[in-house]
Design a protein around this ligand. Structure first.
Ligand code: ADP
Ligand code: MG
Length: 250
């Protein structure tokens, strides 16, 4: 394995839960209810991964191993990326917002095929320039739209599996940290769709592809709670973090 680095989430409690931050050469997934902070963490990672000396978050690893110091690729399927949000987050990390934004390659995907083609293009780019982070927010949304009919689930899962194996290959080949968000399942009940905040979408195909699976939920006010769901090397513990103007924090 290439030398794995960890990217700080901006919250020391969350980093500790993750064994130091989100890992390169691995896929970290966050699922959970609406407004639980999944996209805000994506924005924070866009900045923190570019920080070569985020010394003040250090508690475990030498400075040289913290922060990815590479480019960021952001695939947005829900239209929720806000470049304006990057500015105060960069300022909080003591970085130049313009320089940080210049290092983020952003693309909006409109169909699952478009999403797949964007990944192919990114893989080509990554062989030319150093990338440290790939964000996919969210992995599942377009599959749910494009395969919404009855009887389409098997094909959806097959296509999802193909996309995920491509993502795994990117993570490992380029030593990139992949952070993807996922939605929760909507169970039809009594003629209405009721979401279950504890059930990630994507079934076994997605469950098997991810390295670390995190469940987010809302706490009091701006507090959020993250629970490690399914990770072979991590205890099933929880961390409390906050969403602040400067991004994810303690
Ligand atoms: P989701 O899990 O649906 O992706 P988000 O990551 O978009 O959720 O989180 C949305 C929440 O983030 C909002 O409800 C708000 O509490 C918080 N938030 C968004 N922007 C800011 C900000 N500038 N300052 C503080 N909190 C913010
Ligand atoms: Mg979101």
């Amino acid at each position: 394995r290439k030398s794995v680095v960890r990217v700080t989430t901006g919250s020391q409690a969350l980093d500790e839960l993750l064994g130091g931050g989100i890992e390169t050469s691995a896929i970290t997934e966050a699922f959970g209810e609406f407004r639980s902070g999944k996209t805000q963490l994506a924005h924070t990672l866009c900045v923190s991964t570019q920080d070569i000396n985020c010394g003040y978050f250090l508690f475990q690893l030498p400075t040289s191993m913290r922060g990815g110091n590479g480019k960021v690729a952001y695939i947005d399927t829900e239209g929720t990326f806000r470049p304006d949000r990057i500015v105060p987050i960069a300022e909080r990390f003591g970085m130049d917002p313009g320089a940080v934004l210049d290092n983020i390659i952003y693309a909006r995907a409109y169909t699952y095929e478009h999403q797949y083609n964007l990944l192919l293009g990114l893989a080509a780019k990554m062989s030319e320039e150093p990338f440290r982070l790939l964000i996919i927010d969210s992995i599942i949304a377009l599959f749910r739209v494009d395969f919404s009919g009855r009887g389409e689930l098997a094909e959806r899962q097959q296509r999802l599996g193909q996309m995920l194996s491509r993502i795994t290959k990117i993570a490992e080949e380029f030593n990139v940290a992949v952070y993807m968000t996922n939605q929760v399942i909507a169970d039809p009940g009594g003629g209405m769709f009721v979401t279950d905040p504890k059930k990630p979408a994507g079934g076994h195909v997605l469950a098997h592809a991810v390295t670390v699976r995190l469940m987010f939920r809302k706490g009091k006010g701006e507090q959020r709670v993250c629970k490690v769901f399914d990770a072979p090397n991590l205890p099933e513990a929880e961390a409390v973090f906050q969403i602040t103007p400067g991004g994810i924090a303690d």
